[in-house]
Ligand binder design. Structure first.
Ligand code: NAP
Length: 348
């Protein structure tokens, strides 16, 4: 970067939840932002609709070595944020090979392109709390051993280890964020938190069969009921904009390091349902049921973040609490559904 020129950043996975928030954050900070995405996804995305004219696009697939290599050559980035992923652990059972390619091999192709083409570029890589899986060590920090419980997590462990190997072998600046669950109103409806927010919004509006479909192609809400998998699930759920702030801070450090990023607050799925339905004055017990067909073959344990290193080194802490986040998600879902109702009266 020459003096006076803006920093250049590439975001892979720019069409996703985190990509959209990170693009906004970096543009606000005066960065020149390059997005890396599959072409068909980009033109369908909300990020394109909102920020399309401010982002320079490099089209490609993370699992194609030439695509990521040319993107690094063309963008000449100072920073790369690798967010691209098959990011649904539950879905990874159905597509274990594809998940390994995108979540395991893809990051290595990226690290290697940076090593060859732009070795001084700083890289953030999105690792996941799912890597802790069934660990009995609690809460989890940067030293907790991994115990992956699904193909998504196993692929993330591989990429995480390769990030460390590239960092140590080649002196590269690669930092991994071991990210605990983070949600927002921008989460697609097939993610658990958003499904619950959507279910609560449907209940508030008296919608018995929802227009939105679940992973089995059925309405998310059927006959007034929201069907979920196992209800005995415990997670540390934070707000996505807080997490992209942590990603950026990680690349502003003097040295690369891995950080656990999470709120340190544990909530059950029942809590999530109680807050979501409670925010519209309803009792979730009347609207939510468990469907054994949606239960994962092996459930991860109680993952809870110990983010003291991020607090100490990055000055990072979450700014939005669980209750405010969930209420906001329900509210936004309600507005979206009302818009559909108004466009197509009688359609819901
Ligand atoms: P997301 O909304 O699902 O976004 C994933 C992005 O990856 C999408 O833009 C997707 O593009 C892109 N992608 C998938 N396969 C690709 C490929 N082969 N080539 C190029 N792009 C590809 O995920 P997110 O919630 O923003 O999460 C960001 C990162 O954090 C992910 O790596 C995720 O695993 C990790 N993480 C997230 C959480 C969380 O709770 N959100 C927790 C832990 C870790 P398409 O539109 O083309 O599919």
């Amino acid at each position: 970067m020459s003096k006076g020129e803006p920093k250049r950043a590439v975001i892979t996975g720019i069409t996703g939840q985190d990509g959209s928030y990170l693009a906004e954050l970096l543009l606000d900070k005066g960065y020149r932002v390059f997005g890396f995405a599959r072409q068909e996804s980009w033109f369908r995305s909300a990020v394109f609709a909102q920020l399309g004219t401010r982002i320079e696009m490099l089209f490609g697939d993370l699992v194609v070595a030439e695509d990521i290599s040319s993107a690094v050559e063309e963008a000449k980035p100072d920073e790369i944020y690798n967010l691209a992923s098959q990011s649904r652990p539950g879905e990874s059972w159905a597509h274990p090979t594809e998940t390994m390619m995108i979540n395991g091999l893809g990051p290595v192709l990226l690290f290697d392109a940076v090593r060859r083409v732009r070795p001084r570029c700083r890289v953030f890589h999105a690792s996941s709390s799912e890597m802790f899986g069934r660990t009995t060590s609690w809460p989890q920090n940067e030293h907790t051993p991994f115990d992956a419980a699904n193909p998504y997590a196993a692929a993330k462990v591989y990429a995480h280890q390769m990030a460390r190997i590239y960092r140590q072998s080649y002196g590269m600046f690669i930092s991994c964020g071991i990210l605990f669950n983070h949600e927002s109103e921008r989460r697609p409806v097939h993610f658990l938190s958003q499904k619950v927010a959507y279910g609560a919004a449907c209940a508030a509006l008296g919608i018995l069969d929802s227009p939105g479909l679940n992973e089995r192609g059925r309405p998310i809400v059927q006959g007034g009921k929201l069907f979920l998998g196992m209800l005995e699930v415990f997670r540390d759920w934070g707000y996505a904009p807080d997490f992209v702030e942590a990603m950026w801070r990680m690349l502003q450090q003097d040295n690369p390091e891995d950080f656990v990023i999470g709120t340190g607050q544990l909530h059950s799925l029942r809590d999530l349902c109680a807050v979501a339905y409670g925010s519209v004055g309803l009792d979730w017990n009347d609207f939510v049921a468990s469907d054994p067909a949606l239960v994962r073959p092996l459930e991860s344990g109680r993952t809870l973040a110990d983010s003291s290193l991020a607090h100490a080194r990055l000055g990072w802490k979450p700014s939005v609490n669980f209750e405010s986040m969930v209420s906001k998600m329900v509210d936004v879902q309600k507005q979206r559904l009302m818009k559909i109702q108004n466009t197509l009266p009688g359609s819901l």
